[in-house]
Ligand binder design. Sequence first.
Ligand SMILES: [Fe+2]
Length: 419
Amino acid sequence: MTEIAKEHRLKLGLIRKCKERTFKENLGLLFLNLLLTVALLATPFIYIAWRGASRNVPNANKQPWIKFNDDPSTSACIAWESKENTTSWVQYGLDPGNLDENQTVIGFSGFMHVVNLTGLTPNSKYYYQVGYTEQPGGAFIPHVFGDIWHFWTAPATTDVPFSFLAISDTQESALGMHHHNRVARALARYKDDARFIINGGDVANYGQEQDSWDLFFKCARPYSPCIPFAFTLGNHDDMGTNQPMYRKYFSFNDPGEPLYYSFNYSMLHFVSIPIPWGNPSEFTKFGFMSWLEDDLNKSKDMKYKLVTFHCPLLSSGFFGRNRFLEENLHPLLDEYNVTLVISGHSHHYERCYMDGITYMVAAGGGGLMDPCHHRLPETQLVASHPHYLKIDCTTSNLTVSALTPDGVLFDQAVLGGIA
Ligand SMILES: [Fe+2]
């Protein structure tokens, strides 16, 4: 018997078997098939619903975070959010066993708490605890996150070595906060020594949604109470909505506060400017160019100048090189001998070099990583995995180290600054 005849006979046998089944048996098989099909189609929706449920942050209580409002050598701004409407009270001091200085906001100040500490001693490690009092003159009641944390003030002189960190694009992705959780645990290892941390924007994925910000602060808990933030506006934080949530958490609701700023830290001059998409209209919308030129001119004698903005000027990734920024921003950065530029936006790691300026993309803080399509002529190294930067600043050089969340060093550059 040929193979074809054998196959034909087998098929006939199967058809006969089907016909021999009772109507009840066939109905059972049909039901089973339907059940399997529904299960297959429902799986992605069940996964999305499970992801949604895992994003829920049941209450608004947030651990404190720190930013610099004025001179970081003598002041610091402590912020936190509470579920209850309470007063604001910060106890602080140089001895963790004796927090002998107080700054209290009397009267109910609400759910967002912002307390400015001034008159601090430069280059000192301060310890603090946040809480409230139920009535004027009452006892200190710790916030639900009532630990004693610490932060450093900046040196008063320009010759003290120090270290700081940089991340960008800490937003959630299809993997939830998996990447930022990993990076956050790595950053926490530096909380005793890192003087501040740059976040290059896209802090939250849905900049207009409270849940997204709650999720960021929940994940940043291991490091945010001890390492002051230096923020930069990303396109996901902006979302064309005049940044109400970004301002709530980083500018503290002052609608008139510009989203550009700078500060000096020992021999480093740090600048942040809002360029979320890299569009020409942003130069008008945020109006930073004349301020930037004036700021760089005033700081021209600082050994290192570091500028952050979200959209990269040079990138081998999804957004490519930005000709508008290259023609309209790079000449100014070049004229004032900027040492280093850190951006995000394109979710990968890259180090480029052009006209004496090191341009970096450090967008491995949380979001899904993007592939890189091609290398630019200026590219020194490109990679596509989660990462963070550790930057060591001395009077001799600025050493930028790129590390994976597991602490593996995969790139390092030593930059000179001005003589
Ligand atoms: Fe992003």
